[in-house]
Design a binder for this molecule. Sequence first.
Ligand SMILES: Nc1ncnc2c1ncn2[C@@H]1O[C@H](COP(=O)(O)OP(=O)(O)OP(=O)(O)O)[C@@H](O)[C@H]1O
Length: 629
Amino acid sequence: MHVAVEVELPGLPEESPIGAQSNRAGEAPENNGAERNATIAGSIGEPHPVDLAWKGLTVTSRKTQRALLSNVAGAITDGFYAIMGPSGSGKSTLLNALACRLDHGVKLEGELKLNGQNYSHAELKKVSGYVMQDDLLNAHLTVEETLRYTAELRLPRTTTPEERQERVQTVMEQVGLAHVRNVIVGSPMKKGISGGERKRLCVAMELLTRPKLLFLDEPTSGLDSVTALSLCRLLRRLAMTRTCTVVTTIHQPQAKIFHLFDQLLLLNRGTIVYQGPAQDALDFFDRSGFPCPAHENPANHFLDVITPNLNDSVESLTAKEESLKRHYQPPPVQHLLDNPRPLVLPRDSTPWHKQFRVLLRRSLKEVWRKRNTTLMLLFLTVIMAVLVGTVFLQIGTDQKSAVRRQPVLFFCVVNQGMFGALIVINSFPAERMLSLRERAAGTYHVSAYFLAKITAEALSQLPAPILFSCIVYFLVGLQPVAAKFFIFMGFMILCSVAATSLALAVSALARTTDMAVTILPLVLEVCRLFGGFYLSPRNLPTYFSWLDALTYVKYTYVGISLNELDGLALTCTPAQLDAAGRCPITSGQQTIDALGLDYLTMGQCAGILVAYISICCGAAYLGVRFLKH
Ligand SMILES: Nc1ncnc2c1ncn2[C@@H]1O[C@H](COP(=O)(O)OP(=O)(O)OP(=O)(O)O)[C@@H](O)[C@H]1O
């Protein structure tokens, strides 16, 4: 039995000289015999510290009852495995079946064992890593930060900060990313590391936890041939140095890449056509009557043989399949299935409070990196506040002010939160796939992620309502009483957080950013319409009362109106006196009575806003927790 020795060779040159074994395609061979023996000695014959074996494995679509994989058998023990086949042959289905990542739309039957034992996704996660086809990463973090946060979230809780840093350093060197450690990951909108480096970073994130098995779904898709080869050389090196067993799906590799594989699983229409040493596949096709022409890429040749083309008749297809089937010897897997071996599960999970702290730091860092957006928000807030303040400059206390006071108060409410809401609307859709990937890898609890995210968003939004209140309150000349000013500011903050929470709920429940940006303006419009200004609460038709209850605008508007109108004494210029020489409106209380604003108290308005924020956050949490596509 092999003992897995984790040898990390940071100094190993990536383009290491490779032996001179000849091959039929005339390519410079990537496998030297001694290396290959060392790597695949344990392939199917002997048990390995972590191996997977399966028999009678069938995956069926629940909806159509179509078999995506039919009664396949095989094993993964040690080395660099490639799962190849034409498009739709079931490569990803097999990979996901082995990695316990099949979706709910399919049914899995058959025997599938890890070290001869049945296993759960949770157990597999502890000894394996999975690199998805789409390299979903945090665009605003640097390479080193990405690895550091992953290490903090995924390494065992007993790891010291020094050990963590050392691990990050080692892995960065192992995958060849040390030279771009301080470069941001970037996105299509913001240039960062290259496509190949992104893939390496995804591999590095998985390597941090020293997995014994590394699954990769089409890692070379979207990469140019040189970058794809360089990535596959890295994967081979990981397998060769017994860092981990590597299993990758790949569609049509170039010859140089094909020669890096130790083991090949060739699929066609949900069945295994060939499994065994990659270099022996040429003999297998030869024996089956399909010799590979000289100078032909073996991978292309295999796919050409098994992929039906327009000229193939049904008879010739059946004859091809029969011939391949007759010569195919399925690998012996029974001894791996029947022989349970202990499984060392090395990782314990990071406690919730630590996950929250790390995720909060990560989210705050992202907010900081996106500070231009926040600064723009503050700039727009100042412009808006000055505009409102000068349009309604020093409204005073005469009769005209009674008419102008309510519009300015309502405008403040509508304005607050609108900017913030529009900024957070993209929060969850943009990150959904990334967070799903991190959750599937067992990186953190959803609740820790969610709370960290909304706390960071709320903190970044806080300065805007404070700044807005400071400018507008004094320019407009609302009641010069300290307590009233702070209550006004408190309501502006609650209003802004309520609008942001509403936008977060819409963003978490909408499946895409497009859907979120279509729904949000409509919701904000309804909030405005039923905000208590256009129709006073007293005059609202009863059949609209449920919509009325859903608007944060109304509770803020009523709250700040009561704050401002209570204790307000109004005066008259001589021209404003009525025929009897009386001043028509002498107190704010008259406006309160006329508009029916006192059906709630200020405390109730604040309480309802807090409840409103909690409900929106609860809805957003459910969206993040349960929406998976
Ligand atoms: N959840 C599912 N429900 C129903 N059919 C599915 C599901 N997942 C995959 N399929 C179907 O199963 C077949 C195999 O899909 P799979 O993704 O495994 O192929 P693949 O070989 O990886 O293809 P490609 O190289 O194009 O990615 C396809 O016909 C696909 O449409």
